[in-house]
Design a protein around this ligand. Structure first.
Ligand code: KG4
Ligand code: ZN
Length: 331
């Protein structure tokens, strides 16, 4: 089985071709980061328009790179939600229409299922069951994963997502959008300092997260401290350590609760090196193992949607002829 995957939920147009036997055959990505940078965040209307501009050329590119003709495809998968409705509808319209025109089955994929299964694209892929920490710009959640479609959300953010907290704190520090990776770069230059950022919601049982208080703590610290590069780097480091510590504590709890030995981290924030090394240490100390996608598949991409879509098609799932996007959609 060979599937074309389409991702357009936010500000990346991602297209890929995945083959059940041969694995990932190609992927093409266009990031709109530059387009939105001037506005300090994603402007939904501009995002939709740019997806319209890029989607067909990228589909052509991905099919050509995969040496795949239309008749070689067994289905089309597109991100159906959650995400920006205008952006989602571009992928859904194109995906559903091509499937109709080419007489192929179509399937709508949950964006977070895509992230969750992204480590399956790697050679060293995890076996089921595992605990997944999904941390992106829009979501933070811990999920008990027992198989394809067998997901139980153990905890999630009650306010800002982890990536959102990174981005908002970066903005407070005068860093350009998208701030997460820039803040991480600045934090790498930071020295150990006395800043006492809280570890939110770790003083009580449960697996939910809350990150908006860290952003406020950062705002107050920035306002109270001198405005020089080293001080900012120290604050960035203290902020990052607080986010990472909090996630490590919650992951440990989730592993204790489930008894699982495998941990997956995915979503944009899983590109963070401090998070990766801290979770690797945690898993080593527990005699388990951590799995993550390669850097480019941590953030949004078409490969994860093609993979998840193939699994769903194999399970017999099909979209109706209606073109649907689902901006809110629980996992
Ligand atoms: O998964 P993703 O590409 O898009 C969503 O589905 O939201 O995640 C993007 C998020 C942004 O908030 C970005 O700042 C964050 O991931 N991010 C990082 C790093 N790289 C990306 N946050 C912290 N450290 C990083 N190295
Ligand atoms: Zn995402």
């Amino acid at each position: 089985m060979r599937v074309l995957g389409i991702e357009t939920s936010c500000d990346e147009t991602g297209i890929a071709v995945y083959d059940e036997e041969q694995g990932l055959l190609s992927h093409a990505l266009y990031s709109q980061v530059k387009l939105h940078a001037d506005y300090g965040g994603v402007v939904p209307e501009l995002a939709s328009r740019d997806h319209v501009r890029k989607i067909v050329p990228l589909i052509r590119e991905a099919l050509a790179k995969a040496d795949t003709r239309i008749e070689d495809l067994d289905g089309i998968a597109y991100t159906k939600g959650p995400g920006l409705i205008g952006a989602l509808l571009v992928g859904a319209c194109v995906g559903r229409s091509l499937a109709f025109a080419w007489n192929k089955p179509a399937v709508g994929v949950h964006h977070m299922e895509g992230h969750l299964l992204a480590p399956m694209l790697e050679e060293d892929a995890p076996e089921f069951p595992f605990v997944a920490l999904l941390v992106s710009g829009g979501h933070s959640m811990l999920v008990k994963v027992e198989g394809i479609g067998r997901y139980e959300v153990l905890g999630e953010s009650i306010d800002d997502a982890a990536g959102e907290a990174f981005d908002k704190t970066a903005k407070l520090m005068g860093l350009d959008y998208p701030g997460g990776p820039r803040l991480a770069k600045l934090a790498a230059k930071g020295e150990k300092s006395g800043y006492k950022f809280p570890r939110p919601m770790t003083d009580r049982p449960g697996l939910d997260f809350s990150f908006s208080g860290l952003k406020t703590y950062a705002a107050n610290t920035i306002a109270a401290e001198p405005d020089d590069e080293q001080t900012r780097a120290n604050i960035a480091r203290a902020f990052e350590e607080a986010v990472v510590d909090t996630m490590v504590i919650k992951c440990r709890r989730a592993l204790e609760q489930t008894g699982f030995k495998r941990l997956v981290i995915a979503g944009g924030v899983s590109a963070n090196t401090r998070l990766r090394s801290s979770l690797a240490e945690l898993m080593q100390s527990r005699g388990g193992k951590v799995f993550y996608p390669r850097g480019e598949f941590c953030t949004d991409n078409g490969a994860m949607i093609a993979y998840a879509g193939l699994q769903r098609l194999k399970a017999g799932e099909r979209e109706t002829l209606a073109v649907k996007g689902q901006p809110r959609w629980p996992l």
